[in-house]
Design a protein around this ligand. Structure first.
Ligand code: SF4
Ligand code: SF4
Length: 179
């Protein structure tokens, strides 16, 4: 027996070339079917939202945009060890280390700091591995509703220290709360 007419999925259909009836040629049945589907969806709850005016509720374990943390004295915690970059599966992190000068002790906690620290937000998959790899608790994915905004320029998705480092007043507030 030939296997040409059998179908593994059972969904194979024999195409018919029979002449269409007048009703089929007027497409009334097809149009009515299409309109019925449209009307059925008119009264269903919409799955779309008017973003950015409306936002969906965030999950309690939501991971938002990264933040480079400051310590209780407002100094940057990052020591530019590169472990976050090494652990990043998307190779989204790059940095350049620099030696801290004696007069910069109030700015950087460690003797070495990140002069440049960049994350390519187009590459990032928000896995949180950078956060887990960091020995200085210097990088966190924020739980706030901070999301990376849409843009038409790819360059704008390279976030540097100006977007990533925790604002100084926030560090001061955190210290005041913990006291
Ligand atoms: S969250 Fe994941 S992908 Fe994004 S920068 Fe960190 S390690 Fe890389
Ligand atoms: S964020 Fe943490 S892991 Fe990454 S370079 Fe700075 S100290 Fe090292």
């Amino acid at each position: 027996m030939s296997i040409q007419n059998t179908s593994l999925s059972g969904r194979k259909k024999q195409v018919s070339n029979k002449e269409m009836t007048l009703g089929e040629r007027l497409y009334i049945g097809a149009i009515a079917g299409g309109m019925a589907t449209t009307f059925k969806h008119l009264f269903k709850k919409k799955v779309t939202i008017n973003y950015p005016e409306e936002t969906r509720p965030f999950s309690p374990v939501y991971r938002g945009q990264h933040m480079l943390m400051r310590d209780e004295e407002g100094r940057e915690r990052c020591t530019a060890c590169g472990l976050c970059a090494l652990s990043c599966p998307a190779e989204a992190i790059t940095m350049k280390a620099a030696e801290r000068k004696p007069e910069e002790k109030h700015l950087y906690r460690e003797e070495k700091y990140a002069e440049i620290y960049e994350i390519n937000m187009l590459r990032c998959i928000y896995c949180g591995l950078c956060e887990e790899a960091c020995p200085k608790q210097a990088i966190y994915l924020t739980k706030s509703k901070k999301i990376v905004k849409a843009d038409t320029n790819r360059e704008h998705f390279i976030f540097g220290k100006e977007q990533l480092v925790m604002p100084l007043d926030q560090a001061i507030q955190n210290t005041a709360k913990s006291e």
